[in-house]
Design a protein. Structure first.
Length: 669
């Protein structure tokens, strides 16, 4: 879309005469896209406004290029400098604003994806990034605030190729032939890709270049000569407007596009431009001052409208009310005008200055870094959402680190096997926790709640249940299974070799016991009983060495607490009211029933019952009594205004403190 206004039509290619009707055509195109995004049922084919923009862009850019080349003033550096001053200021502004909105509105995974899209937008490769993800019209489209930048990527990639192609064509005196061949090959590729790779057809620049070439052909036809009086001006103008209008109304997102269905809007745009400013539709409709004004802010309007609509969809959890979508359009128009007046024009217009190039480029590099950093750091997961009934800062784990050293008695050669390794530095440890990441989640409550002199050591590896004599054999986890077996052997050596550790608490996630396939070390064949035997062996070895053994069951598995927080804008009642969001907060929606939890862990509990039968005096503790309310049939996400979970389905510090208070009196000293 967009760019510079000088064009050829009334006088010569070199005159660069401004045509207000082309700004009016921009207005028609951008309003069609905006209405389609906000009210798709009202204008089902409004998305073809982008194709009209491509025609306009091809016409204007080619006219400028040919005018400069014929005057002997062409400079590739000057051409790209104009592009930077025209495109960068508004784009940097919208990218930064969208990133900031995402900070307050998106979850970690969503924000991570936005970071990738900010980086792609700053590099003008959004079309390639979105092509690799999904289709433009899929159900997740509304969750991608920068999806619309695919068209800007296509256009900028055209700007890279086209000036060089035109320069060579002018030197060879084959401008029309080069344009025709490029357009024909592009159209053929679009039709072929639609048949075999429809998503690629939508996003690839090769499938869209024929639309830009259609506009370029007009500029080539008019270049170097005065335009003769056209007696078909009114007919061309009327037919062009009719083709565009019919395309807006008749086409829809279910049709294969682009390809043959893209021909009517492209021809319509060509006819309107070819008709000139005196054509009836051009003069009355496109040349109208209101249309011209909207056309002049069409580029920032296109940039602003979709991020605002998308964020509303995301926060509302669905389609916002009609009045909200209409309000977003009004706000987009206001922001587009402000962006044009305060940011774009001061940089684009006026005398050339070095800062007008340096500042936009530096800011764009900064935006690219910001997006890449957000993606690399997994969406800056430290950001918290909002909950009207609980403190979101309590969804954390690890309080008590000041009381421990990050050592656990294993040999230096084995230390790398354990992600979780700690020992209370206040007194010699007589108690140890051995297991996986769930052992780590319990450990910090034990450290904080134990009486003086009752110190704990932690030795744990993620996704590695405390077992002996068995190994995991799943093909996709063979290496991990081998590392887990090594870690368990190292942990047992440490526990058996330290006589001060008189009590060992075993902790593991149920999914690490029930999900994987295990086999005895003497066999390569998985058996149903291998997991139970692995736990049994570990208990037997420890008890034979004179250790007291305690088994702590897994806690209920709820969703990650970050997905169980409302989005921060919903903290304001007016936002909830406008978006029609239920008063039921996300933490309540994330709760599970106590009975469903029991049903889902039946096989796991059968293994525990087997161990209970094997070792009648084995202390087994179930934290469900603390984390669930069996009378109310609920396992909640929050309790007493605090979160019970920290990340994934791991207990928070508040929860492990509650569990430790119940559990510690059961542990023999």
């Amino acid at each position: 879309m967009t760019r510079t206004l000088p064009v050829v039509a009334v006088a010569t290619a070199r005159s660069h005469t401004y045509r207000p009707d082309i700004d009016g055509l921009r207005a028609i195109a951008v309003l069609a896209v905006v209405i389609f995004h906000a009210f798709p049922a009202a204008l089902p084919g409004g998305f073809v406004g982008v194709d009209i923009f491509f025609v306009i862009s091809g016409y204007l850019i080619t006219g400028i290029l040919l005018g400069d080349m014929q005057a002997g003033q062409f400079s590739l550096a000057r051409f790209y400098a104009r592009r930077i001053r025209r495109i960068f200021p508004a784009l940097v502004t919208v990218l930064l604003a969208t990133w900031a909105m995402g900070w307050f509105c998106l979850t970690g995974d969503e924000y991570r994806e936005l970071g990738k899209h900010v980086l792609a937008g700053a590099g003008f490769v959004s079309n390639w990034a979105f092509w690799m993800e999904a289709g433009y019209f899929d159900q997740t489209a509304t969750a991608k605030p920068l999806l619309h930048l695919w068209s800007l990527g296509v256009e900028e990639q055209f700007y890279i190729v086209w000036p060089v192609l035109m320069f060579v064509a002018v030197r060879l005196r084959r401008v029309a032939l080069v344009c025709a061949v490029a357009g024909l090959l592009s159209f053929v590729s679009a039709v072929w890709l639609l048949e075999y790779h429809p998503t690629a057809a939508f996003y690839w620049p090769t499938s869209r270049m024929w639309e830009l070439a259609a506009g370029a052909g007009l500029a080539i036809a008019a270049s170097g000569r005065r335009v003769v009086r056209n007696h078909n001006t009114h007919s061309a103008s009327s037919i062009g407007l009719l083709l565009c209008a019919v395309s807006f109304i008749v086409l829809n997102s279910r049709l294969p596009f682009p390809g043959w269905f893209a021909v009517p809007p492209v021809l319509g745009a060509v006819a309107l431009i070819a008709a000139g400013p005196k054509g009836i539709a051009n003069r009355v409709l496109l040349g109208n001052p209101v249309a011209v004004w909207i056309g002049k802010i069409s580029y920032p309007l296109y940039l602003w409208h979709w991020p605002l609509l998308s964020v509303c969809f995301i926060v509302a959890g669905g389609e916002p009310p009609v009045v909200v979508r209409a309000g977003v359009i009004a706000v987009s128009i206001a922001l587009a005008w402000l962006t044009t007046a305060l940011i774009e024009r001061p940089i684009r217009l006026g005398a050339p200055a070095k800062w007008k190039l340096v500042v936009p480029c530096v800011l764009m590099l900064g935006v690219a870094y910001l997006g890449g950093m957000t993606y690399q750091r997994d969406g800056l997961g430290f950001r918290k959402g909002y909950n009207p009934d609980a403190d979101v800062t309590t969804a954390t784990l690890g309080a008590g680190h000041e009381f421990v050293n990050l050592t656990c008695g294993v040999s230096p050669a084995d230390r790398h096997l354990f992600q979780f390794c700690a020992t209370d530095k206040r007194a010699a440890s007589h108690f140890a926790v051995w297991g996986d990441s769930k052992a780590d989640a319990l450990y910090w409550g034990l450290v904080r709640k134990s009486v003086p002199g009752m110190s704990w050591t932690l030795v744990a590896r993620a996704s590695c249940p405390p077992m002996a004599g068995v190994h995991e054999i799943a093909s996709d986890a063979a290496d991990e299974g081998d590392e887990c077996r090594k870690a368990n052997s190292a942990a047992l050596r440490m526990l058996l070799g330290n006589p001060q550790l008189t009590t060992v608490v075993l902790v593991a996630a149920s999914r690490d016991i029930v999900g994987p396939q295990f086999a005895n070390d003497s066999s390569a064949k998985a058996t149903m009983s291998a997991a139970s035997e692995g736990l049994d062996n570990a208990i037997a070895i420890l008890r034979h060495a004179g250790k007291r053994v305690v088994l702590v069951l897994d806690n209920p598995s709820l969703r990650d607490p970050r997905q169980c927080m409302d989005r921060r804008p919903l903290a304001w009642p007016v936002v909830r009211h406008l978006l029609g969001v239920s008063d039921l907060d996300a933490a309540q929606r994330c709760a599970i029933s106590y009975r469903s939890y029991l049903d889902s862990t039946a096989f796991y509990r059968a293994i525990i019952d087997h161990l209970r039968a094997r070792y009648p005096n084995l202390i087994i503790y179930d934290p469900t009594s603390v984390l669930c309310d069996s009378q109310r049939n609920v396992c909640p996400m929050t309790m007493n205004g605090k979160y019970l979970y920290s990340y994934g389905d791991h207990m928070s510090d508040y929860a492990n403190g509650l569990v430790a208070e119940r559990f510690l009196p059961l542990v023999p000293r």
